[in-house]
Design a binder for this molecule. Structure first.
Ligand SMILES: [Zn+2]
Length: 246
């Protein structure tokens, strides 16, 4: 069976004499692994279209153990992402995050859309908040959304006083709860406001956020730690599930 889909290569490795194995995030079939036969040969028709982080129209043949790339044409190349080392490494960071979080063949069209707009944003601007915001939106799509409206524990409305942030459970804790349970670390109320904005349904990744860089950086740190926390927990629970299945 052949499938036709738009996709973005997020990982690529050499295989055998002249082949490559690609990890592709597709718009309709989620993350898949595909083999590109002969793509490392100089005269390969496929070669140039299989660079990571391009928007590509693919045709795959569904093989027994792999999808096989039968045709690939580049729709958008993202010049700067491929020439600016800093941008390249940012694209790889997100690619790795997607690879870790997504199960194969589970369709997440909204994550694909997010990733396309992330690449667009990375190509055209370089806002320090782009990566954390994007990663946070992926988490949200996969069911990990931090609690920012009310207190994580007692669910009461947060007051304009010193509030706290809990990486492990992902959310804001009010002062009385912090005093009672002792965990969480200080977070500025302006950062809470940014988090609410980022996680509101109206928020579009790539839209300009007009805030002080100081708060942007603090938000970035909060989100990065949260992502690491979730990732660690998820990888552990995946490992646990695998161990249990043995
Ligand atoms: Zn509370």
């Amino acid at each position: 069976m052949n499938i036709k889909t738009r996709g973005i290569v997020i990982k690529r490795m050499n295989y055998g004499e002249a082949d490559r194995i690609l990890t592709v995030l597709t718009s309709d079939h989620g993350k898949i692994k595909a083999i590109a036969k002969g793509s490392r040969k100089i005269l390969s028709k496929l070669g140039g279209s299989l660079e990571p982080f391009c928007l590509v129209d693919f045709i795959f043949h569904e093989g027994r153990s792999f999808y096989i790339v039968t045709s690939a044409s580049v729709i958008k190349h993202f010049e700067k992402i491929h020439t600016d080392i800093d941008k390249t490494s940012k694209a790889f960071y997100i690619g790795e995050l997607l690879d870790k979080f997504l199960e194969e063949k589970q369709s997440h069209p909204e994550v694909f859309e997010l990733f396309s707009s992330y690449l667009e944003g990375l190509e055209n601007a370089d806002d320090p908040i782009l990566i954390p915001v994007f990663s946070a939106k992926i988490l949200e799509n996969l069911g990990f959304k931090p609690v920012t409206q009310n207190c994580l524990h007692c669910e009461s409305k947060l007051l304009p006083e010193q509030n706290f942030w809990d990486d492990v459970e992902g959310g804001v804790i009010c002062q009385p709860c912090h005093n009672k349970f002792g965990h969480g670390r200080e977070i500025e109320n302006d950062v809470i406001k940014i988090l609410r904005l980022v996680f509101s349904p109206e928020f579009v990744v790539g839209s300009k956020i007009n805030i002080n860089d100081k708060y942007k950086n603090q938000t970035a740190i909060v989100l990065e730690n949260y992502i690491e926390g979730v990732l660690e927990r998820e990888l552990k629970s995946k490992k646990f599930m695998k161990d249990m299945a043995k």
